[in-house]
Design a protein around this ligand. Structure first.
Ligand SMILES: NC(=O)C1=CN([C@@H]2O[C@H](COP(=O)(O)OP(=O)(O)OC[C@H]3O[C@@H](n4cnc5c(N)ncnc54)[C@H](O)[C@@H]3O)[C@@H](O)[C@H]2O)C=CC1
Ligand SMILES: O=C(O)[C@@H]1CCC=N1
Length: 277
């Protein structure tokens, strides 16, 4: 089977996976990426020396070219464009090419319906820390994907972070935690920086404090066996300042707010799946 990996639609998510794979030692000459605009293709080719990046504005059959001869094809366009892209490349895919979708809300059934009969498909839900090899990626195998093909996908995706295999029914819930989750952490950092400004710190210092604190706390959480509640308690002196802050968060219903946000994300995924038919 070909070692070539094609990233079709190389925006935020697919670039994060591409970057993580190259960091993990994938040979760049085995990587091809497609985008719409020539400027974006040039940017990717400069950032990741050795890969091939093909813009649709220059070569309208870029996706077909990239899919041809690839062993793994990763679909990274927005959910609404996935089926059309799958149909576009159907005639160019090797029958044993593994088609991986990173799209939220696009079901395995929807993917399989847009691809040639028998094409192996894997639905994933990654997140952008993949770029640093610290992503979480779920995999759910389609009906034509052999255990060996699933293993191959897991081996490839393992270079960008932790791979978890889940039944497809759980993808929306997982996406609401780990797929969207980096945005929640960045949102916390934004809110902390704004709070610092409100307390009288200058903007630059407040942003530095928020960034380094969220990043440092993230590194502590990444240590083997780390427990968020134990780490939190180690910062919280009895009757001290942190205790007062956490009590205020609890009083204002912060856990319920976070749960409601995650629920809204999962519900939105189900809504998009329905809209895509
Ligand atoms: N951004 C994230 O953190 C995550 C995104 N996803 C999924 O990843 C997919 C992409 O999302 P983003 O990367 O955020 O979007 P994005 O807009 O950054 O990337 C999509 C890219 O595809 C290109 N594109 C669109 N149509 C194309 C075509 N026909 N041929 C070639 N290139 C084409 C666009 O120009 C763009 O560069 C979505 O389906 C989303 O659900 C999943 C998990 C996390
Ligand atoms: O916001 C979205 O729809 C995508 C899926 C998970 C993260 N970004």
């Amino acid at each position: 089977m070909s070692n070539r990996i094609a990233f079709l639609g190389c925006g935020s998510m697919n670039e994060a996976i591409l970057g993580g794979l190259l960091e993990g030692g994938t040979n760049p000459t085995e990587v091809v990426a497609t985008v719409r605009r020539a400027e974006r293709a040039a940017e990717l080719a400069e950032r990741y020396a050795g890969i091939m990046a093909i813009a649709g504005s220059e070569e309208p059959d870029n996706n077909k070219q990239a899919a041809k001869g690839a062993g793994v094809v990763i679909l990274g366009v927005k959910p609404v464009g996935i089926a059309e892209l799958a149909r576009e490349i159907s005639g160019s895919l090797s029958p044993d090419a593994i088609v991986i979708s990173v799209a939220a809300a696009v079901s395995i059934a929807q993917l399989e319906a847009a691809l040639p009969p028998g094409q192996p498909v894997i639905r994933t839900m990654p997140n952008t820390p993949a770029k640093l090899g610290r992503g979480v990626v779920s995999v759910s195998a389609g009906t034509n994907c052999s255990p060996e093909q699933l293993q191959r996908a897991k081996d490839i995706l393992g270079a960008v972070g932790t791979v978890v295999e889940i039944p497809e029914e759980q993808v929306d819930a997982l996406g609401a935690i780990s797929g969207s989750g980096p945005a929640y952490a960045f949102y916390l950092a934004e809110a902390m920086a704004a709070a610092g400004v409100e307390l009288g710190l200058d903007e630059e210092l407040a942003l530095l404090l928020a960034r380094e604190t969220v990043a440092g706390a993230g590194l502590m959480l990444a240590e083997p066996g780390a427990e968020p509640s134990a780490l939190r308690k180690a910062v919280t002196s009895p009757n001290g300042t942190t205790e007062r802050a956490i009590a205020t968060f609890d009083d204002r219903g912060m856990p319920a707010i976070i749960a409601a946000g995650a629920r809204a994300a999962a519900d939105r995924a189900a809504e998009i799946t329905k809209q895509l038919g």
